[in-house]
Design a protein around this ligand. Sequence first.
Ligand SMILES: C[S@@+](CC[C@H](N)C(=O)[O-])C[C@H]1O[C@@H](n2cnc3c(N)ncnc32)[C@H](O)[C@@H]1O
Length: 611
Amino acid sequence: MTTENIENLEEVKKAYYKVKTSTVEHMKELLHNIKWSKHDELQSKIKELESELENLKNTKKYWLVWDTEKEPEQIVLDCQNKLPVLEELKDRKIINDDSGDSNILIQWDNYHALQVLNYTHKEAIDVIYIDPPYNTWNKDFIYNDKYIDKEDTYRHSKRLNFMDKRLRLANNLLKEDWVIFISIDDNEQAQLKLLCDEIFWEGNFIATLPTIMNLKWNNDQFWFAWTHEYTLVYMKNIIKWKINYFKVNEKWLDKWENDEIWLFKKWANLKSTWVNAPRSKRPNLFFPIFINTDTKTAYITDDNKPKLQSDIILLPMTDWNEMSWRWSKTKINNEKHNIILVENKWNYSLYKKQRPEEWEIEPSYKPKSFFYKAEYSSWNWTALLKDIFSNKVFNNPKPLDLIKDFLILWTKKDSMILDFMAWSWTTWHAVLDLNKEDWGNRKFILCTNNENNICEDVTYERIKKVSNWYTNSKWKDIEWLGWNLRYYKTAFVDVDNLKEITDQKKLELTYNAWELLWIKEWIYNELEKNEYWQIFESNKDIVAIYFKESSRKIDEMKNRLIEIQKQKWWKVKWYIYNNPYEKTMFKDIKKLELKDIPDPILKVYREINKV
Ligand SMILES: C[S@@+](CC[C@H](N)C(=O)[O-])C[C@H]1O[C@@H](n2cnc3c(N)ncnc32)[C@H](O)[C@@H]1O
């Protein structure tokens, strides 16, 4: 964690508060990183933290314990002698526009895909959403190629092993100021929360949001009609916390009235009735407010006498008990514009006005800590898929509007989003829908396995149909959502062992790495390829790979790059096999970034697989 941005005391206090609840390790880390400033107060806080750290070291700690794997996942063992790379299935590419930009689907086990992404997208993802298998009684969770059922006494441990490995890999991908949110239900919520506390750190926990898909659900569970799940939310670094608000829509606007200032709603009565309201407890807040019945205005006076004898006197009374006003005389004077006078049959009442929050910018409102909307009803989304596919394929996919709402809160218009448990690709649909609504340019990487061929036969068809104009079962044209997609599978370069890799295998990896670079650099066009090199363009760089150990063709390639650069004026990112050169040797190439390959890829795989 870097805390360079801790510039003022408020932020330090915030950090300190989080640290108080943290583990010793995180405290150490924070202490180490705080950029000490001149503030004396800060120095004393540091002392306080240090002594607290000492105390913590001597107290008991707690953490989540689960059974280690009796049978390690084959997929993980494979990584000891298989290097994951990507292979594009070109016939599955979807091209809707010629921008060259593209979203990415990786079909296969996410453990392999996440390893690849640890090289290509380290700290490059803004938002991760996943909806992992819930480990219910219905055999929804496959571990080591087998469905886990309720008789399996290790089922929680298996799921924790499964999630632990994947979430740790995912954590490396998140940018520092961004967020991960995870759908879960009661079967695994408690375990997942503790696991996430460990991986993302408890201090970065934002919320467990109850998520109500459908109030009409009637699935009986322990005599309740079960209607909710949860969404766990963690920030990569809590100090960078930010959230968007929901924009108000027209329906919402209808609930507000307008005055000379802005929108308002009638809120609480100005007369206070709570336990501390009696006049004896708050004598200063007991005074008359006068109403001029001609002008319909309320006012107060210093001497508590009306300006006109005919003006009505209001006192904060209930059933002859003397209570108090919520506001002082000064506040009433300063905020006359925030008071509403309501004429009743026999009398008048005063109310506070509620204003939309952040209304100065645009009408918006703070999200509530639970998520419910009629639009979330999962039946609608089952129906939507039925419509797309002309028959029912999925039960209860995640509601499109729910994922859209999460994306509204936690993305910018150009965010990069990852879902590595994508299944029916609701996330994809939500991203494109939102892009269309707000002219956004969010991009996504989706990854899913191909359980029961669902990815190839069903989800890919969904994406294809909804990317284009399509006709649904009612023969209505649905608007297309556009965008391009590249479809990858993971492939492998086999090696004897990950620790010692022969030159020949390194070369093989380099030859097969270009698709990794394709997604790392967002390349969209290959300019040329021969036995020695490959040159591509992204929409802002020239990306090149030199494959050979020998320097025989390096000058020739350099000249080609210079020629290409003359036309494009772009930066050159030049990957060279076992790069022995200094940048200064290629002075004639302007804006050059010299990069080594394949050792950085191997370094990532070795670190992940602990060799
Ligand atoms: C609950 S579903 C996700 C549903 C999705 N949010 C939707 O609305 O369609 C979880 C999915 O994660 C995928 N999955 C499970 N284990 C995986 C793995 N090891 N690698 C990749 N995908 C996996 C499976 O396809 C599984 O169906």
